[in-house]
Every structure is written in C-alpha cells, then in structure tokens.
Design a protein around this ligand. Structure first.
Ligand code: SF4
Length: 674
C-alpha cells in the first residue's frame, strides 16, 4: 500500500527517502530572521514525522524582498542558527532546503527601508498590497540576482541540501513573467522570452554560486488565473526555460494572491490543482511536485500513481499532523488529523502578522512549549462533560498522559457543534474531525458514554478527582417588533441541524459568520455543486463575464438583515471572500445598517440607512425568519458544580464563546496542566 508515496527519488544527487515534500510556509516563528527554538522544534517535529524533505522559509535574501518576520539568509550572521536547525532536521531523518524569497510588489512600504514602495518589473498597482510598485532599474535587477546567489551560498554553508527559488503566487519572478505587471520595453519585457529572462538569470546566478551538484528547486505557478496574465501556454514555456537554466525540480502551485478563484479554501475539491503539475511534468524532464489541498493519503498516492507528479507537496497537511507520513506508512490512517482547509490558524494569522497556528493541532507552532513536559505524578479519575472538539481534545490528551478519563456526551455521537460548523460546503471536511476524535478516544482508552447528559448531583457523587465541563452554547433568541406571528421563527442552529427545511422566501436576522454561512447553505441548495462551479472557474478563469453569467442563482429568495454597518463581521481574514462572493453570485440580498420594523401578513418590513444617511423602508415577502443573533455560554453545569468537586475546569464555548481553534488549543494546555 502507498508504495508510490514511499518510493525513493533522487534529485541532482540528493536522495529523498519518499515522495513527501513539505513546502515552505511563512510561519513567522523567527526572531528578526534568526532561527528560534520555536522554529527549530516546529521543523524537528515534521522531520521526525517522516517527510522526505522540508523546505524552510520563505527566507529573506535582502531587506527589500521580505518582511522582517520571515526567516532570513540576508547576511552571514544568520548562518549559524540555521546550521543548527538543518543538523536537527538531518538527525531526525529528513533533508532540508531553503526557500529563497522575494515578494516584489507584494512588499508594503511600511515594511520597506525608507518606506519606499515595493520593487517590481514595472510600476503597477497591486490589489494585494494596495500600493503602486517601483520599477526596477537595470542595477536593481543585477543586485537582486546577486542577493539571490549570495543567499544560496549561505544556505549551502548552513548545510541545507538544496535551495528553492520562489517564482509563484505573484511574487517578483511572476511579476516579470506576467504582462499584467511587466510593461518594460528593455530586454526584460515584451516577448515571452524577455519576460522569462529575469527568472532565468536568477537561476543562472544561483547555479554559478552553488556549483553544478547542488540541487536547485523552483516553486512556480502552473496558471496564475489572472485575466490577461500568464496562463497555461506561458507557464509551460516558463517551466521549460527554468529547466534549461538549471532548475532540478519544479514545485507547482496555483495562482497569485490577487487571483479571484479559490485555491486553498475548503470548497476547493481535493487535489484539484494537480493538473497544473501534470501539464508541466509532460513538458519537462526534471521531477515535478504537485500542490494544493492534498491531505488524504489515498488522494496523494493516486496523484503519484497516475504520474501527475513525482512528489506531493503538503504544507498545511503537515502543520495539522506532523506525523502524517509515518501514520500512513504504518497503516494508522484513522489517527491522521487532517487539515480542514479552514485557513483559520495558518493563513488568517499571517494577515495579522501573527505566528502560524492550526485549528486542529493545538501544539502547532508551540511544540517547544511541550518538549520538556513530563508525565503527571499521579493518575487521576477525570470526567469530561461534553464531546465537542474542546472536550474530545482534552480527553484524548489527558488519557495519553496517563489519566483515567470518562467522557459523557448528551447526544448520540460526539462532535458538539461540529455538524453545524460543517454544514456549509466549504467546511464539510469538519465532519472528518468527528471521526478522528472517535478513533483517538478509543485508541487512547477514554471511556465514552453517549446519550448521557451530565447531572450535577450525579457528577458530584461520582468520585471524580477532576471534572471538566465543555458543554457548549445556547443559541440566542429575541422577540421581533410588531410581530403578528404570521411567519415561523427558527434559530440558525435549528436550520443547520436540518430540524426544518425552509421554503423559498427566507429572511435571516443577523449578518455575522453564522448568518452568512446559513444563507450560503440555503442559497446553494439546488444550484451547481461546489465541484461543478469550481471546474467552471478553472476553465474559464480568464472570462469573468462568463463566470458572472453562470446559471447559478439561488432558487430561494434570501435576505440577510444586519443592524451593524457591515455584513460578514467575525470571519477570519482571507477566509470570508469565497463565501461572500458566493452569496453575491447566488443573489442573496444583503441589508446592512438595517432594523426590523414589523412582521405582518408574511412580510418583513425593514428600515435601512444608506451610507449617505438616506433612510428607506423595504418590504420583504417571507415565509420563514431565521435568527442568527449569537449564542451564550451554556455554563449551568459548571456553576452547579462549583465547590462540589475537588478540581473543576470550564472549557471551550461554555467558558466564553470562541472558535474551534481556541477550544482545541485551550484543551491541550489544560490537559498538560493536570
Ligand atoms: Fe489546515 Fe485549518 Fe490547520 Fe490551516 S488552520 S493547517 S487550514 S486545519
């Protein structure tokens, strides 16, 4: 089984024990570019987990190409720390590469020396940085190529086994390739040959600096999905040019940061973008790695078995579960903690310039905090009341630490709110988390009793040393003004749990995360499936008019009414846009700054205040009202047990409404404190 995944590969003399590549992931664990304990332990854990090769970075080559929070090889003072990191990765059985990074016009002036705009092929406005870049002079080009070469030499000195040049995601080398960002009239602009030249010269400069036997990888964009950009034909030609220039492996991903087609969110079908690697593999002789939404072992094996690529790149999958490779190799598939594609801990944190975390892995990026933790002196009898993600995570960790753990769940299956969280098609993978916890609870020896609601008196009399309440939330309700009762009112929780199926005319009160997701679930029913829509997006990426005209209007008339000025508050950055874009596409009406005046004869009348202060009254035909107005902690059990058990903790939403990520992380911390 999985023999393609676990067969070796040699890249320019570098022997890789399997086909699993951990691509660079800008996690911001370094201290002003220097390797920290946190950074080292993060990578050591992934090396121990069995990946063949780990690409560290992005690593700054100079002050103009990368934020100060990134790893760095921009001068010799950085070498020593990364030397230790590489040794540690080697000791744990993996190879290490350094991704050498230059963001070009994605650099914001706030991060640049003298607050100058970011450099690029030409002076163009970026929808990502929201700034206009500075055109590089011939001297800028020469110096940047030299910095790339110098950083490569430092990588070699630090003991890295390879370097990777970043030429993907809309970064500097892409900016030279694409006609959107390259308006030059010199030898670096105009023809495709000229637009490839900058990347080619970077590779040649690095090759000259590191010699013929040192592997050079390049991370490239298989299709930028930017109207007027570098599509299928140009990226294949670029890949061939890079091979000729001296690249030994092409690591292929999707579009740019500005691309309007989702590439890594949960609604992207697994391994969708591996066809990009395949088209390039057919055109070159060097090995190719495929990326994006590869988190399942069978999917990964099939990509390789079909010859779509020679390696699979898995960043988020290994953030979520560093042991993914060894679990697959040992056949422990049920123990894999899969990446959900939620982007809540990894991508969202990067927007806030915060170190990366993971929703499903409470230790991710914090491995160094647990390195020296010893087993507890005494094994305690512990009850966890509530089997949502927080309760289940705590129970598993406590049992693994040697405690005797019992978990009571009031429903017939553990999972808490997860089935509701998983209702939107973009979040369907969250259901897999339930299966994971079921497996791990059994594996770690937790006694799980479902259909058992915790009663305070019974718990207090149960003789437990420790009780953890993880009893979730109670959805809020509220009366509506001048309501004649002509329209039934349900909570979003009830709708997402499918207690009732709404008709055609729906008004959702509350435009936060839950309101928007409920609208999306209801709008999507009966329209194109996410797979169908996604397929059309990819194949018509350059034709926005066609995409916008897709027959994908919702069969329901859905209105979201929100009293605050903004619909969609509460989403993590970088996670909301596909969903909000979907609401617009499907014709969901959004009324921000709007209050309900009355509900009469199946009509909801609202008063809306426009940005210019104009007030208007709108009548919305309605056969169901859905309340998405928040929730309150269900902390009754916790308070009933105060002073009645030796040790008592309140965890997750029952201690304060939060996110799954927070509940999981707090659960791990709590388990390691007992
Ligand atoms: Fe995957 Fe979400 Fe974890 Fe990111 S935070 S690695 S998307 S599960």
């Amino acid at each position: 089984n999985f023999h393609h995944l676990f067969s070796p590969l040699t890249v320019n003399g570098l022997e890789l024990k399997n086909r699993i590549l951990m691509p660079a992931f800008h996690m911001k664990y370094a201290d002003h570019g220097y390797a920290t304990d946190r950074l080292k332990e993060f990578y050591y854990e992934r090396a121990k987990g069995g990946a063949a090769m780990i690409l560290v970075g992005g690593m700054r080559i100079d002050d103009l190409g990368g934020d100060i929070g990134l790893d760095s090889l921009s001068d010799d003072t950085f070498i020593e720390g990364y030397q230790e990191l590489v040794e540690g990765i080697h000791e744990r059985g993996a190879k290490a590469g350094a991704q050498l990074y230059h963001a070009g016009r994605y650099m914001r002036s706030g991060s640049m020396p003298d607050h100058l705009p970011g450099l690029s092929a030409s002076s163009t406005f970026s929808g990502f940085s929201r700034e206009t870049s500075r055109e590089m002079s011939a001297e800028d080009i020469r110096l940047t190529q030299q910095k790339w070469a110098e950083a490569a030499v430092r990588a070699k000195k630090a003991g890295f086994d390879a370097v990777e040049i970043i030429a993907c995601t809309g970064y500097l080398i892409c900016q030279f390739l694409s006609e959107i960002t390259n308006k030059r009239t010199d030898e670096y602009g105009g023809s495709l040959e000229n637009r490839c030249r900058f990347g080619q010269e970077v590779v040649q400069a690095v090759r000259r600096a590191v010699g013929p036997d040192f592997p050079i990888f390049m991370r490239i964009t298989g299709n930028d999905f930017m109207p007027g950009g570098a599509g299928f034909a140009e990226t294949v030609a670029f890949a061939k040019a890079m091979e000729e220039a001296g690249v030994d492996l092409l690591n292929v991903t999707g579009g740019w940061h500005e691309t309007q087609i989702p590439q890594i969110t949960g609604d992207v079908p697994p391994a969708t973008y591996t066809y990009l690697a395949h088209q390039i593999k057919q055109a070159v002789q060097i090995p190719v790695s495929a990326s994006n939404r590869i988190n399942d072992p069978y999917v990964a094996e099939e990509v390789l078995a079909l010859g779509k690529s020679d390696m699979v790149s898995m960043a988020r999958a290994l953030l979520a579960d560093p042991q993914w490779p060894s679990k697959v190799k040992e056949g422990r598939l049920g123990e894999i903690r899969k990446c959900m594609g939620c982007n809540q801990g990894c991508l969202a944190n990067s927007f806030f310039d915060k170190p990366g975390e993971c929703l499903v892995n409470g230790k991710a990026g914090r491995e160094y905090l647990f390195r020296d933790k010893t087993a507890p002196e005494t094994s305690k009898r512990i009850l966890v009341a509530g089997g949502g993600p927080g309760g289940a995570e705590a129970a598993v960790n406590l049992a693994q630490r040697g405690h005797q753990v019992t978990l009571w769940e009031k429903n017939g299956r553990i999972g808490g709110q997860l089935p509701l969280v998983a209702a939107p098609s973009s979040k369907k993978d969250f259901m897999e988390l339930i299966g994971y916890y079921e497996n791990m609870l059994a594996e770690s020896g937790v006694e799980v009793i479902c259909n058992k609601e915790a009663d305070a008196a019974e718990v207090a009399a149960g003789g437990f040393d420790v009780v953890i309440t993880a009893t979730g939330v109670i959805p809020k309700t509220m009366p509506l003004p001048n309501d004649d009762g002509s329209v039934p009112i349900y909570t979003a929780h009830q709708i997402l749990a499918k207690e009732v199926i709404p008709g055609k005319n729906v008004v959702i009160i509350g435009g936060g995360t839950v309101g928007c997701e409920t609208a999306h679930v209801l709008a999507e029913a009966g329209t194109l499936t996410p797979e169908q829509y996604h397929f059309l997006c990819i194949h018509h990426a350059e034709n926005r008019d066609f995409l916008d005209s897709l027959m994908n209007h919702s069969l329901r008339n859905i209105s979201i009414v929100e009293i605050l000025p903004k619909i969609g508050k509460g989403f993590d950055p970088g996670t909301a846009w596909p969903l909000l874009q979907g609401l617009d596409r499907m014709g969901v009406k959004k009324y921000a700054n709007t209050k309900v005046l009355s509900v009469k004869d199946k009509v909801v009348t609202v008063e809306r205040t426009a940005k210019d202060g104009t007030v208007s009254v709108v009548e919305i035909p309605c056969d169901m009202i859905i309340l998405a107005v928040g929730a309150v902690p269900n902390d009754k059990l916790y308070h009933a047990l105060e002073g009645k058990v030796p040790e008592l903790y309140n965890l997750g939403d029952s201690s304060g409404i939060g996110k799954v990520l927070t509940a999981v992380r707090d659960a791990v911390d709590l388990a390691y404190s007992i």
